[in-house]
Design a protein around this ligand. Structure first.
Ligand SMILES: NC(=O)C1=CN([C@@H]2O[C@H](COP(=O)(O)OP(=O)(O)OC[C@H]3O[C@@H](n4cnc5c(N)ncnc54)[C@H](O)[C@@H]3O)[C@@H](O)[C@H]2O)C=CC1
Ligand SMILES: O=C(O)C1=NCCCC1
Length: 313
């Protein structure tokens, strides 16, 4: 009979991934491996998304097998476009980590925390590779869970002289500023927040563009994390067409990103190709990294959490 899986809570996942020195190198290694398209090394089908039209939401299923590390996992994530006043969460996820040989589930862990941490870590990798030299001003558009996790890892990994935040409701941006452990300036308009910024992170639930290319400083890097449906946008056509566009996965971006599909922008490279050195990082140009999220990112993060958790029992 198989053993019962262990349950790892949100608090434990956050604690085990906080400041974890394995997260960035393991994500980079998996992304690089993915971009080699060697199907004996990485198996990751396109995300299955089940629309929940009645509730304005989706259920995403994200299985992945990282063969060289022998990590088999799947994430189930629900996400909803809620009314501004709704008290229900926008995202909830669970990750199942399997024993690939036996086929049983070793751990069931909070996937919402994994999603927050790994998505921010991937944006930080894109920024490390693609930001202009001497980047001084960071701008965050949005003030939810991803905004917080991005603030945390970006302040750990980089030094910005100024960090700005904008949110649809100013009081939410002020709430964010009180919640994070460090300086941040609240802006009331996207244009003012963005102008002069060297790195811009978009972490909104917008369906229409919030960021316009004409506001973006030439040479800036944009880590675009929201708008994960083929008809949703965060960035306008001008930005998508003028910038050099990088993605996490060509298949994911071509199927799921409204910013790419609707603007007709061409994809220059995957992040993994830059990591592998097979495509250049065009830091002198305006760059957009369009992130959709990948099962391998969850699998690698779940393995780190499980190994750390086990070592502390
Ligand atoms: N690329 C990836 O791997 C992942 C992407 N995401 C996406 O990142 C985005 C942020 O996620 P969370 O912070 O977890 O969500 P959240 O619900 O905690 O925060 C969303 C933020 O967007 C703002 N917002 C909502 N509608 C807006 C609109 N029409 N215009 C401007 N701002 C609006 C909200 O005020 C809030 O500040 C979402 O689009 C989510 O689907 C989430 C997880 C992984
Ligand atoms: O990768 C993920 O996890 C998600 N991506 C897009 C939206 C919801 C969660």
């Amino acid at each position: 009979m198989s053993n019962l899986p262990v349950l790892i809570s949100r608090e434990e996942v956050l604690r085990l991934l906080h400041n974890n020195s394995d997260l960035i190198p393991m994500l980079e290694s998996a992304m690089g491996m993915f971009s080699k398209r060697n199907s004996t090394e990485i198996i990751q089908p396109l995300r299955i998304t089940v629309p929940l039209q009645r509730y304005n939401g989706f259920l995403g299923l994200m299985p992945a097998y990282v063969v060289h590390e022998d990590i088999l996992a799947t994430k189930m994530v629900s996400f909803y476009q809620r009314d501004q006043d709704s008290l229900l969460p926008a995202h909830q996820a669970t990750v199942l980590l399997f024993d690939p040989e036996r086929g049983d589930v070793k751990a069931v862990m909070d996937g919402t925390a994994i999603t927050e941490k790994r998505t921010a870590a991937i944006s930080a990798i894109s920024t490390k590779l693609l930001m202009p030299p001497k980047a001084e001003v960071l701008c965050i558009l949005g003030s939810g869970g991803q905004a917080v996790s991005h603030y945390e890892i970006f302040t750990q990994m980089f030094f910005f002289k100024e960090i700005r935040v904008w949110s649809r409701r100013r009081e939410r941006a002020e709430q964010f500023a009180r919640a994070v452990h460090g300086p941040v300036t609240v802006f009331s308009s996207v244009k003012e927040a963005v102008e002069g910024s060297d790195v811009i992170i978009t972490v909104t639930m917008a369906k229409e563009p919030v960021l316009q290319g004409e506001w973006v400083k030439p040479g800036a890097h944009v880590a675009a994390v929201g708008a994960c449906r083929p008809d949703w946008r965060e960035l306008d056509d001008a930005l998508m067409r003028e910038a050099v566009v990088y993605v996490d996965s060509r298949e994911g971006a071509s199927n799921e990103s409204g910013d790419i599909i609707l603007s007709g922008a061409s994809i220059f490279a995957e992040l993994g190709e830059v990591i592998n050195g097979t495509k250049p990082a065009q830091c002198e140009k305006t760059t957009v990294f369009k992130s959709l999220g990948m099962g391998i990112q969850d699998a690698v993060s779940a393995k780190i959490v499980f190994d750390q958790w086990k070592s502390q029992q």
